[in-house]
Write a protein that binds this ligand. Structure first.
Ligand code: PMP
Length: 346
């Protein structure tokens, strides 16, 4: 068997131990004579799995008791609509801090349901920085403030939690569980699973319980967070296989020493990569140093126009840099269409 080091965009690598457990479990999960995909989600074994996933996630992120942990489908993109539909009434204003393309997408989605005030927008410098918090133009009565703690494409990560007394809504799709986070500072945290949790098909939402009462009542049942909170996320047939893998990943994270230990590994890995890029005169990382992502590292040609195509031979020149980081070498063939290259370290 040969496994590559997968640093690609899209779904991320899963730990080999998890994949091996899945392989062993698959035909006969817990002696049921069925795979986990074939058992009833209301049966004792699956209900126990769901309870363990909830408990382990809570332990990993130290989720306070007054928060619900939900596992809807629909990915982070569906939460970009669910946030305004659950937290605002028509005509309310929501503040959005846009530091990359995912935050921009979230603001665009919210505009369909409420008034959006873009409190800060880093597109003037091609999403390479975070505008200072004191410069944000926040509205007086915002229903909530939405931001993206790690912009996956731009490689911009917040190393602080914004202040304020309106509920903070955070799209943590690409840095959830990569570092400790004080959940009590947030109203809602959401994340698509396929980077740091498990397969696509399940989504994580952590929501403070007092916010569950704000949903628009004419909303579709599956678009209301409370529907999931009231049914242990079994408001309809859940994505059982994805949930099972998420549970295995949570246990794996716990066995690694939890989020604190993983954060150290991520800091070490990313600083090696940044050091290699900084030492290179061929590539450069365009992101302001104080908000460089520990998860996603873009690098561009140091002396080339910011757009245009790589030639194949130029692209291959990336390899000496990547070899510096030893076993973190990317094994996908270098892709050659963009001048910006990116390594994802989920
Ligand atoms: N937000 C962020 C920060 C992301 O990185 C992604 C996908 N990589 C999304 C949203 C979209 O997620 P999904 O495909 O689960 O809807």
């Amino acid at each position: 068997m040969s496994r590559v080091y997968n640093f690609s965009a899209g779904p991320a690598a899963l730990p080999l131990e998890v994949l091996e457990t899945i392989r062993n479990d698959l035909p006969d999960w817990l002696g049921s004579g069925m795979s986990v995909m074939e058992v009833s989600h209301r049966g004792k074994d699956f209900v126990e799995l769901a309870a363990r996933a909830d408990a382990t996630l809570r332990e990993l992120l130290k989720v306070p008791d007054d928060y619900s942990v939900l596992f809807p489908q629909g990915g982070a993109t569906m939460q970009m609509a669910m946030a305004p539909l659950n937290l605002s009434a028509p005509g309310d204003t929501a503040d959005y801090v846009v530091t990359g393309s995912w935050g921009k997408k979230a603001a665009g989605e919210a505009k369909k349901f409420c008034d959006v005030n873009v409190a800060a927008d880093a597109s003037d410098k091609n999403f390479t920085y975070i505008p200072t918090e004191s410069s944000w133009r926040r509205s007086d009565n915002a229903a909530y403030l939405h931001y993206t703690p790690n912009e996956t494409i731009a490689g911009v990560e917040f190393h602080f939690v914004p202040d304020g007394d309106v509920p903070l809504v955070a799209d943590m799709s690409s840095n959830i569980l990569s570092r400790p986070v004080d959940v009590s500072r947030f109203g809602v945290i959401y994340a698509g699973a396929q980077k740091n949790i498990g397969p696509a098909g399940i989504t994580l939402v952590i929501v403070r319980n007092d916010l569950l009462g704000r949903a628009r009542q004419d909303n579709a049942h599956l678009m209301i967070w409370k529907s999931y909170a009231d049914s242990d996320s079994m408001t309809n047939t859940p994505p059982t296989f994805a949930w099972y893998v998420a549970d295995l990943v949570f246990q794996w994270l716990k066995n690694q020493g939890g989020v604190e230990a993983i954060a150290e590994t991520n800091a070490r890995k990313s600083s090696k990569l940044y050091a290699a890029i900084d030492a290179s005169d061929f590539y450069t990382n365009p992101v302001a140093v104080d908000c460089r992502s520990r998860m996603n590292v873009p690098f561009i040609l140091a002396d080339a126009a910011p757009t245009g195509n790589f030639s194949k031979s130029r692209s291959l020149l990336a390899w000496p840099i990547l070899r510096v980081i030893d076993r973190s070498v990317v094994c996908e063939p270098p892709y050659i269409t963009l001048s910006a290259k990116r390594r994802l370290m989920h």
